[in-house]
Design a protein around this ligand. Sequence first.
Ligand code: HGY
Ligand code: MN
Ligand code: MN
Length: 423
Amino acid sequence: MSSPISSQRLIQRIVNLAAIGQDPAGGITRPFGSDADLRARRAFQAEVEKAGLAYHVDAAGNQWAVLAGADAFAKMIAVGSHLDTVPHGGAYDGSAGVLMALEAIQSLSVAGYRSRHPLAVVAFTGEEPNPFGLSTLGSRLFTGRLEGQDLLDYTDGDGRSLQDALKRVGGDLSQCNTLNPDRIAAFIEPHVEQSGRLDELGLPVAVVDQITGIYRDQVTLTGEQNHAGTTPLAKRRDALNAFGRAVVGMDAMLRDVWPEWMVGTIGQVRVYPNAVNIVPSEVTFTVELRSTNMAQLQRGAERYREHLTDELERWGIAVTIRNLLNQAPQPLSSAIQKVLVDSARARHVKPPVLSSWAGHDATHIARRVPAGMLFVRSLGGKSHCPDEESRPADLALAAEIIYDALIVLDQSLEEVLAGGAAI
Ligand code: HGY
Ligand code: MN
Ligand code: MN
């Protein structure tokens, strides 16, 4: 199937967006609510308007670019991802998905395709962890997994209000109860793979069958602040020393019990008072576990919690644990997987079906709407780092597959969704 996808336009947009939020310390830092986030949103809006699509922002701050459909009663078919980044992140996570979606829908418009359904590009608000401690914010508000009313008093560590941050990008927590995911009939999230499986297989794209579960805690270890020279080893209650035991204990548990089934990360640490000649009295850190098996995820969480408490309380360290997230793995629509596989095959590519060990907005959308994901090869399997890279030809191919899949969904949505499985 031919298409007017412009690889050059797609790559130029990725390059332009990557210039926003460049961090002098490395990579791109564009968290939700930052000036860089605001600038990226404006740049996306400008591209949407240039492409001739109708633009609006919903109460969750999600940005929508819509190509109108012929049937006034037909539900929308949406494609997209997110524009925010992790600290010191790369140019492809999220952004490439939004821009592949824009390229596909703009190309349908350029080709004069008259769709029955409205076709929409969506850029969800704040997919990555942010200072408010709420990742996948836009998709959770959109699907009612988070209630805007419950978050009106929410602030970040510096006392800035979530409502103010959301209003700055055109949203409003008090209006989120008007959001209605049922006006969407199907959703596809194109995304870079972020791991090295496709690169190792020498394949450009994959179709995703499920998205990992994610469990997150914030842990505080409290010992006692004292003089680094005058406090004998036997009398110390050193919170940082205890933290070291916690790290080694969690790593040993993961390697012994679940080498294939679970990964775990301690990614954020704060030490108090963090001075060269003081025994540290407090360490706060995050623990994250991921598994595609919910029972394993729960067992892993229980085991690390037990280990931490048993091991560290013996050393006179108080352990406080606050759960931040306990998100189940999410299967994706087998009907949409099939459309994506068939569309790839029509372009002479046989995509493998892979599970995602990264989290995505599609997790939340899939709970309400038939949803699928298309992965694009990440070179060297690098992500959440400045070295993230995908080939222009792979990205353009993925945009073509999305282009074709949108036509199939638009023309035969009911049959596709009724057809279900069998890839
Ligand atoms: O953390 C994640 O897996 C995602 O990249 N937000
Ligand atoms: Mn990410
Ligand atoms: Mn992402």
